[in-house]
Design a protein around this ligand. Structure first.
Ligand code: HEC
Ligand SMILES: [Cu+2]
Length: 414
């Protein structure tokens, strides 16, 4: 027989553990039932089904437990009394067998009735966004569940260490100009949104508790889910599959706004992407034109016909000055002169240090080292990783020798 203090210690420990566990589960999801709240039918269906089964479970638990306790108290016997030798009760045995079977039948029927609401997306409502496209990001053996009329707003959800990328399907075939977002997905209310879930690197898991079930993002495989939010708001979630060091910070959220607000957001994103693309194209063309002009000025005799400026003839065994001013476009060796000032070469780049000034006390070995390993020693006042670190690969050894000698001679006035 355990002593009274031991019993009390045990009871205290039990209550303590229970008290610690209850808020822990609350932090993950609803305390009693799965979360819902966005009004999406699948999450609501999962929750109501869960609550029904939980309710039946409670009735069984308290019914059986209560009867047991009642029986223990009501029929307890004095020490020394002789037990009655009872043997079976057909009516009771039939009752609890049939009762249990009925409960199972009830649960199965209700589950099958609810399954349609949980699995199959409905059409968008009349006041939802009109979505002309069907699923566009459709790869892999699994098949997406689409609404009866086939129209949904499709978003590709891509899990990557450690962020979620959302790409919005559009009607052209170029996936590079699509509207995209990271971390927060913006969607219209009353609109059926179908998700194509994929992983870039390792396994992740898409989970916004209040919007329905969890879906794994598996490299090389595509999963599908959907939601149709009726209440505007922000619904938070988090990657639910341990995916590496940054897993805990891989958060996600879905912001549901009215279809009109969504259109504004979508247009702004699209504009930002197209104008960034235009700017990049302009900068690229300017660089190509500049390279072509420099090359023409440096080696007029070997000038390629102007009709093909993008593919200049490779500088095979050029002199140091040409290497410095023009680089080697064929191998991707960037021109030193585009970033550095060197008066002998006539360049005035200002991205890196002025070589006339900083190299006065340097010798050839040091210059070679600085070209091959620019991040070994960072010049004061400048940032690392700006000067290309690939000259060991883009220049031949002979070209490097010529270039080092040229720079060394130039800064020392030879
Ligand atoms: C894209 C711009 C860029 C290009 C191209 C470039 N550099 Fe640099 N360079 C820098 C920057 C920025 C620094 C300073 C940061 C550092 O030390 O890495 C630097 C540093 C240097 C230094 C060291 C200066 C010091 O005071 O420590 C030398 C020498 C140098 N570059 C020579 C060259 C030569 C020769 C070439 C061509 C083969 C070249 N760079 C190409 C940007 C560039
Ligand atoms: Cu992850």
């Amino acid at each position: 027989m355990t002593s009274r203090p031991a019993k009390q210690t045990f009871l205290f420990a039990f209550i303590l553990v229970a008290a610690l566990l209850i808020p822990a589960s609350a932090a993950m999801a609803g305390v009693i039932a799965p979360e819902s709240g966005g009004g999406t039918p699948n999450a609501e269906g999962i929750r109501s089904l869960y609550l029904l089964i939980f309710g039946i479970g409670c009735v069984v638990f308290f019914g059986v437990g209560g009867l047991l306790i009642y029986t223990l108290v009501r029929f307890r016997s004095r020490r020394g009394s002789v037990a009655v030798q009872a043997h079976g009760n057909t009516r009771l045995e039939v009752a609890w067998t049939v009762g249990a079977a009925m409960i199972l039948v009830l649960i199965s029927v209700v589950t099958f009735l609810k399954l349609d609401q949980i699995k199959n997306p409905p059409n968008s409502s009349a006041d939802g966004l009109s979505t002309p496209m069907n699923v566009a990001f459709n790869t892999g053996p699994a098949k997406p569940a689409l609404p009866p009329n086939g129209h949904s707003l499709n978003i590709d959800v891509n899990g990557q260490q450690y962020i979620w990328r959302y790409t919005y399907a559009d009607t052209d075939t170029n996936n590079l100009n699509n509207v995209f977002a990271y971390e927060q997905m913006v969607v219209p209310t009353d609109t059926t949104v179908s998700l194509t879930i994929r992983a870039q690197d390792v396994q992740h898991s898409w989970w916004i508790p209040s919007l329905g079930g969890k879906f794994d993002a598996v490299p090389g495989y595509t999963n599908y889910t959907w939601f149709k939010i009726t209440k505007p708001g922000t619904y938070n979630g988090q990657c639910a599959e341990l995916c590496g060091r940054g897993h805990a910070t891989m958060i996600a959220s879905v912001k549901a706004v009215s279809p009109a607000e969504f259109k504004v957001w979508y247009a702004a994103q699209k504009l930002a992407i197209t104008s960034a693309e235009r700017q990049a194209a302009a900068a690229r063309n300017a660089l190509v034109a500049k390279d072509a002009a420099v090359l023409k000025a440096a080696a007029p005799s070997a000038a390629a016909p102007m009709a093909a400026p993008a593919r200049p003839a490779p500088v095979a065994m050029a002199d140091g000055k040409t290497l410095f001013v023009a680089g080697v476009p064929a191998t991707g060796a960037l021109a030193c002169g585009s970033c550095h000032t060197l008066s002998a070469a006539g360049t005035n780049g200002a991205v890196g240090p002025n070589l006339d000034v900083v190299l006065k006390t340097w010798n050839a070995a040091m210059i070679r080292e600085a070209i091959l390993y620019p991040n070994k020693m960072i010049a004061k006042g400048y940032a690392a990783n700006i000067m290309p670190a690939n000259y060991g690969a883009t220049l031949t050894k002979a070209q490097l020798d010529v270039l080092v000698k040229y720079v060394d001679d130039s800064v020392h006035g030879k």
